[in-house]
Design a protein around this ligand. Structure first.
Ligand code: SAH
Ligand code: MG
Length: 207
């Protein structure tokens, strides 16, 4: 409950119900798959990371939190989800890394959360460790979503979990790439089955 309060106080986009479902999904993944770590793609200021860090602490796993911290397309100036308080005055560019770092430090999760700063697809390309749990909430354009799907999902072990955020089947509710380029290909591959849906969060288990 204390960590949930800290997550809700952090800047970000994860609603409470979906954060709680994310926590449950990661705990379930750890229950199904021994030893393997968790990966989060798209940490922003660390809000969702707290729920996942809490799950990592509870199950004695490590969470690798991947983000270049320059923000997604929709976080840039002129876009709907821009937050001027996150702009680095020296560069004029967005930088969520200092905010992320404070969030994780204040939550006391620095020992279970490893911060990975860089382009998700590049990190995925050089990442070979099998995963118990993967959460994709990075770039929501067609290209980044496709690259995250192709780069990261093959690492999920049987019994492991793939959680996807901002999945909107109906275009009126939001952007389509997480649905069309991550959720659908995962289901159509026959390798994943849906185990729960909460808001725009979809939780799939590898068969
Ligand atoms: N999970 C967060 C919100 C993530 S917003 C929360 O619950 O609050 C999406 C994040 O994805 C942004 O911080 C952005 O910097 C990151 N991102 C977008 N494209 C990326 C890429 N190609 N590589 C790494 N991070 C990326
Ligand atoms: Mg999201």
């Amino acid at each position: 409950p204390v960590l949930r309060g800290q997550a809700l106080a952090a800047n970000g986009f994860m609603p409470q119900e979906e954060g709680d479902a994310l926590y449950d999904a990661a705990v379930r993944a750890a229950h199904n798959v021994a030893d393997a770590p968790f990966v989060e793609v798209g940490s922003y200021c660390g809000r969702s990371t707290i729920w996942l860090g809490a799950a990592a602490r509870h199950t004695q796993r490590t969470l690798f939190a991947v983000d270049h911290h320059f923000g997604s397309e929709e976080n840039q100036p002129g876009w709907e989800w821009h937050d001027t308080s996150l702009v680095d005055s020296r560069t004029g560019r967005m930088d969520t890394l200092p905010f992320f770092r404070s969030t994780i430090l204040d939550a006391g999760l620095s020992d279970v959360v490893v911060t990975m700063v860089g382009d998700s697809a590049t990190i995925a390309q050089h990442w070979s460790t099998p995963l118990a749990f993967l959460f994709i909430d990075g770039g929501h354009g067609t290209e980044p979503a496709t690259r995250d799907y192709l780069g990261w999902t093959p690492r999920v072990l049987r019994g492991g979990i793939l959680a996807i955020h901002d999945v909107f089947e109906n275009p009126a509710d939001g952007g389509r790439p997480p649905f069309e380029n991550i959720y659908l290909p995962a289901i159509e591959s026959g390798l994943f089955v849906e185990v729960s849906a909460t808001g725009s969060l979809r939780v799939l288990q590898k068969t």
